[in-house]
Design a protein around this ligand. Structure first.
Ligand code: NAD
Length: 469
């Protein structure tokens, strides 16, 4: 049996448990929890064969405590209003946790993108964009979508282009969406940002000696056995970076099944193979089983990075991971999360762990608003200052560094360096804030600690404006 409690209700269950640990007035808590706007739209699509099909789509703006609102757009045949609303709420909390100054939003188009040609997807995306603009649900200061499950840079470029055509006199129309290609105002590092953020979060969690001791694991990533569900944007980059830091990816579950190899799987090669063949089945040197079996493999870190409600009442008893790193949004139901916490499993929660995407989207939006690439003003200046310093050390010591060392030590940061550095700082500080909050409230899990932080920050943003004294 999979989760029978609606997704938004599950989010609100966690919210209520955290809210009980705060002393905000009930009316303020209700305002934080409520979804402000949901727009359900339908529009006709002319298919390539001439047939007309009615497309259902949504945009939910959960919280306007900060503007614009922000959240991805997903293309999936499973989309509905409950899912979009729940995901918009998660975005509000996520942005607060990592200090990204947005309210939360989410969008969805109810289609399986694999069933449509590129031309049809472009028509759907442009019409969806047009309808959002018509109802004031899109704009750099209003609501800023980004990529999510089933969408990517291509869809974001179509959205930006449509918006720019409709609002051609705005100074920064391309700030209306993030996750765009770099050539269209995107920022370097955005594609892998969510996976990189997952990597930083897992690395921090594994660096906590006392927490690892409780799990019977050594500190650090070296040798930790990882299973990934969903080798898409989030799962692939997180797995690649974890493997690069010494972890061993022993299992990958995809739509068509699970591949398993105790000695480790080369995820870069597996990704190439999946792109060529459409799946992971028959990947060289691996055992193969069905898709659901992947979640139940014995491992140190389970990284669900596909969709919500993957670990639930029906399979929670068979989960054998010591750490669950929530790359996806809502992959563990509220009830399963409670059971796992009682069993001593460490869950690194989605509201924190996959916040790397929105963090770097925020950097992209700042770049678009400022109309200048990060690093353009300071890089050469930093290089010269560093070089002068090194030369001063050389003349004081009488020793020389050599051109290669000087080049390395004096290098100023380019856009990608600065983006990755800002992302690392965000993920590391947010983890320790959540961990400290957990220590202050004996016995709570990291999810509830993250919610407590989010609620407190959103409450302050209301009360500072005199809305709730
Ligand atoms: P994606 O479409 O790039 O990848 C999803 C992958 O999961 C695909 O490879 C798909 O084949 C696989 N998959 C689907 N159903 C599966 C199943 N039942 N078992 C195993 N694999 C399955 O999507 P994404 O952007 O990586 O998003 C994944 C999750 O991460 C979603 O929950 C999304 O909301 C969340 N997320 C994404 C971002 C982002 O920046 N892309 C940011 C934050 C959170």
């Amino acid at each position: 049996m999979i989760a029978n409690i609606p997704f938004f209700e599950q989010v609100n269950q966690s919210f209520d448990r955290a809210a009980a640990l705060t002393d905000h007035p009930p009316g303020l808590l209700e305002q934080i929890k409520t979804c402000n706007n949901v727009y359900h739209l339908t529009f006709p699509l002319r298919r390539d064969n001439g047939a007309i099909e009615v497309i259902h789509a949504w945009r939910a703006e959960h919280s306007h405590h900060r503007m614009p609102t922000k959240g991805g757009v997903r293309y999936t045949s499973q989309a509905d209003e409950d899912e979009v609303t729940a995901l918009a709420a998660l975005m509000s909390y996520k942005c607060a946790i990592v200090d990204v100054p947005y309210g939360g939003a989410k969008g969805a188009v109810k289609i399986n993108p694999r069933d449509y040609s590129a031309a049809e997807l472009e028509r759907i995306t442009r019409r969806y964009t047009y309808e959002l603009v018509a109802k004031n649900f899109l704009g750099p200061g209003v609501d800023v979508p980004g990529p999510d499950y089933g969408t990517g840079a291509r869809e974001m470029a179509w959205m930006a282009d449509t918006y720019a055509a409709l609002r051609s006199t705005e100074v920064n129309p391309f700030a209306c969406v993030t996750g765009k290609p770099v050539s269209t105002g995107g920022v370097r590092g955005r594609v892998e940002a969510t996976g990189r953020g997952v990597f930083f979060g897992v690395r921090e969690a594994c660096s906590m000696k006392e927490d690892m001791k409780l799990l019977g694991l050594p500190t650090g990533l070296e040798g930790k056995r990882v299973v990934v569900q969903g080798l898409g944007n989030v799962g692939f980059h997180a797995a690649r970076l974890l493997a690069g830091a010494g972890a061993v990816v022993i299992g990958v579950a995809e739509r068509d099944g699970t591949v398993y190899r105790e000695k480790g799987i080369d995820v870069v090669k597996l990704d190439e193979y999946r792109r060529e063949t459409g799946g992971v089945k028959n990947f060289e040197g691996c055992e193969f089983s069905d898709s659901a079996a992947g979640l139940e493999l014995k491992c140190d870190i389970l990284l669900p990075a596909a969709l919500e409600n993957q670990i639930h009442d029906g399979n929670v008893d068979r989960i054998r991971a010591k750490i669950i790193a929530e790359g996806a949004n809502g992959p563990v139901t509220a009830e399963a999360s409670r059971i796992l916490h009682e069993r001593g499993v460490l869950i690194i929660p989605d509201t924190y762990l996959n916040a790397g995407g929105v963090t770097v989207s925020y950097f992209e939006w700042l770049k678009n608003i400022a109309n200048v690439r990060f690093g353009r003003m300071g890089k050469r200046f930093d290089q010269k200052t560093n070089r002068n310093l090194l030369e001063a050390v050389e003349s004081l010591t009488g020793k020389t560094f050599g051109e290669e060392t000087i080049h390395r030590l004096a290098a100023g940061g380019d856009e990608e360096d600065l983006v990755n550095s800002g992302l690392e700082e965000t993920m590391v500080s947010a983890f320790h804030a959540i961990r400290d909050c957990q220590s202050r409230h004996n016995g709570i899990d990291l999810r509830i600690a993250a919610y407590v932080i989010a609620i407190n920050k959103i409450a302050v943003s209301y009360s500072d404006r005199g809305i709730f004294p």
